[in-house]
Design a binder for this molecule. Structure first.
Ligand code: SF4
Length: 400
């Protein structure tokens, strides 16, 4: 309070708690202009999160001024929680990317390579010969490769960049054949048009298209090669149905922000969650059990888990599911796991199981049902009849 007791000292109305200003309020227009817009459009983000959250973006003079998270994803069914709220901190600030002063808007080439290239072209060599004289010269080749990871980029024109790329491709095709062109295109989750144009170019040239796992190295390479699919093969809403989660190598609220709520909601469905991480990560707050593995020991820890499963839990493969044999260790088991058997004169390889009746069923299916019965005792409360025990492969052909 001021000396004269009116609380503001400028002669305006006195109050102990606030003061009325008779100063100009023009500065408020700054904030009004900040939120003005000409139109709004619906969109999402192509930043490789593959979240596809629903956003309304407000545009003024052709520029994104701000964005608003929408909450209108449809509900899947009555049993699964809403998808919303989605969105994340990266998404709400995504419009900063296109206008960032550090965003690359022009092609860049490593300076050392550009110097070699320009010297060869200036000497009159055609593009393919110029490229050959760089990559076939051990000293030059090593020099520009060693420059990788050490910055030194230099801006160039689109024409020059395109010429270098075309020369490299033609050189490789002539010298080694088109199948030695190992190509990568921006991933489909980020931009279908960019992805497909790169794919098409590679296909037309007869090159080999690598998966983006090989390029980013952020996910296991062998997964798409063996299974033809990415690692995150199920739908995030399925997390809600999970009964026992083991989370490792992922900090869901940080890296899968839009779907992380399913991790907490599945607890309402009776699920349990174990988190393996050296630090008390954000997942740990959902966890029933936190396993603070020491950094660098995760592989050993998982090997130990596999050992326990193989040594102490293998009775699940020995009990006869179809005969209602209790899933526990026995002196003698009712069924028998068969490594090799001859049926109708034809040798069938391992993974078969003979039940009490003598019927041969699939061994993996028998074990999997037993694991389910052990984890969820009332999973088969309505009986085991009618369950598939012997999967069959079907040959499907199409007649045109
Ligand atoms: S997860 Fe984030 S970045 Fe990805 S679409 Fe949703 S809001 Fe955008």
């Amino acid at each position: 309070m001021s000396k004269n007791g009116n609380g503001n000292g400028n002669g305006s109305k006195a109050s102990r708690w606030f003061r009325e200003m008779d100063e100009p309020r023009k500065w408020e227009d700054f904030y009004r202009r900040r939120w003005q817009y000409d139109k709004s459009v619906r969109t999402s983000h192509s930043v490789n999160c593959s979240g596809s959250c629903s956003w309304e973006v407000f545009v003024k003079n052709g520029m994104i001024t701000w964005e608003l998270q929408k909450t209108d994803w449809p509900q899947i069914n009555d049993e699964t929680p809403n998808y919303e709220p989605r969105g994340c901190q990266r998404g709400i600030s995504a419009s900063w990317y296109p206008y960032s002063p550090v965003r690359p808007k022009f092609p860049y080439v490593r300076g050392v390579l550009l110097d070699f290239w320009r010297a060869e072209r200036k000497a009159g060599k055609d593009p393919v010969a110029a490229w050959a004289s760089i990559v076939e010269n051990p000293e030059r080749s090593q020099k520009y490769r060693n420059a990788r990871g050490k910055a030194g980029w230099r801006r160039t024109s689109w024409d020059e960049a395109t010429e270098i790329i075309a020369a490299a491709k033609v050189y490789t095709i002539k010298k080694f054949g088109p199948d030695h062109l190992a190509s990568f295109s921006p991933i489909p989750a980020m931009s279908m048009v960019s992805f497909l144009s790169g794919h098409r170019l590679s296909n037309l040239l007869g090159g080999t298209m690598l998966s983006f796992y090989e390029w980013y190295h952020d996910l296991p390479h062998v997964m798409p090669m063996i299974w033809g699919d990415q690692t995150d093969v199920h739908e995030s809403a399925d997390w809600y149905q999970g009964v026992y989660w083991i989370v490792m190598g992922s900090n869901l609220p940080m890296t899968r922000t839009a779907d992380a709520h399913f991790a907490s909601e599945h607890k309402y469905n009776g699920g349990k969650l174990v988190n393996l991480s050296p630090d008390y990560s954000d997942v740990t707050k959902f966890a029933d059990l936190w396993v603070p593995v020491r950094p660098g020991t995760d592989t050993a820890f998982l090997m130990a888990c596999i050992h326990v499963i193989l040594q102490e839990e293998r009775y699940t493969s020995k009990c006869s599911f179809a005969d209602n044999e209790p899933v526990e260790k026995h002196e003698r088991y009712w069924g028998k796991r068969l490594r090799s058997i001859s049926i109708h004169g034809k040798r069938v390889k391992c993974n078969l199981f003979r039940r009490l009746s003598g019927q041969i069923i699939n061994g993996d299916v028998n074990g999997a049902y037993n694991i389910l019965a052990k984890a969820v005792p009332n999973a088969f409360a309505e009986g085991r009849e009618g369950l598939a025990l012997v999967p069959r492969s079907l040959a499907i052909s199409r007649k045109c």
